[in-house]
Design a protein around this ligand. Structure first.
Ligand code: ADP
Length: 198
């Protein structure tokens, strides 16, 4: 049994800034950012699994758990083989996984989450605005439609938010996600850096 991947989980509703902050943090040596949304969007759209992804994501739904975790694990193994990510060298910043309680359970033997960055934003309108801006910039069909966006918030509340209860309260850092990118980054780093030197 290999040792578990040292991980920081980024959790928060759609549009809260997980991807933005994950990318910035991932540019710091010693961190590796892995976003499952990017992983899925990187699939060949015409492949069986690519079609499966579009079928769920276009409705604002989660891709089935087993498929997601298996794909994530294979993706990670490829990144290790290419030495893009090294479990000895890098802390894994997981963005978008686990996104449900069954996923958290399936990943229990694989990751050691020593910190959970829970990005909090009560201003749903601001998140919807961010997502609509992203839809224009990145051409994401799941961001363009207001009813799909609403559905993703429901899915977050019902399936993803309960993931927080799977972990020890002491490792959860609730971070206010409103502010400039630099302000939010500072809040996140002020939690992560002390945890790393423990
Ligand atoms: P956002 O950052 O807006 O929350 P993502 O880019 O992370 O969105 O994810 C886009 C879509 O990819 C999700 O709506 C879902 O269909 C699928 N997806 C991403 N991660 C997972 C996961 N862990 N489990 C199931 N589906 C996922």
């Amino acid at each position: 049994m290999p040792t578990k991947y040292q991980s920081i989980l980024l959790i928060g509703p759609p549009g809260v800034g997980k991807g933005t902050q994950g990318k910035i943090l991932g540019s710091i040596p010693g961190f590796f950012h892995l976003a499952t949304g990017d992983m899925f969007r990187g699939l060949d759209k015409e492949s069986e699994i690519g079609l499966e992804f579009t079928r769920y994501s276009s409705q604002g739904l989660l891709v089935p758990d087993f498929l997601t975790v298996r794909l994530w694990q294979q993706h990670l193994e490829q990144l290790i083989a290419k030495d893009m990510y090294s479990p000895e060298r890098d802390v894994l910043l997981l963005d978008g996984i686990p996104r449900s309680e069954p996923q958290a359970e399936m990943m229990d033997d694989l990751i050691n989450p020593f910190m959970i960055i829970h990005l909090v934003c009560e201003d749903i309108d601001e998140m919807v605005r961010r997502m609509q801006r992203r839809a224009t910039e990145q051409g994401r069909p799941d961001d363009a439609d207001e009813s799909v966006i609403r559905k993703r918030f429901d899915v977050y509340r019902e399936q993803t938010a309960p993931v927080l209860a799977c972990y020890n309260d002491e490792i959860i850092a609730n971070i206010d996600a409103l502010g400039t990118q630099a302000e939010v980054l500072l809040r996140i780093l002020s939690k992560i850096v002390p945890a790393l030197s423990k």
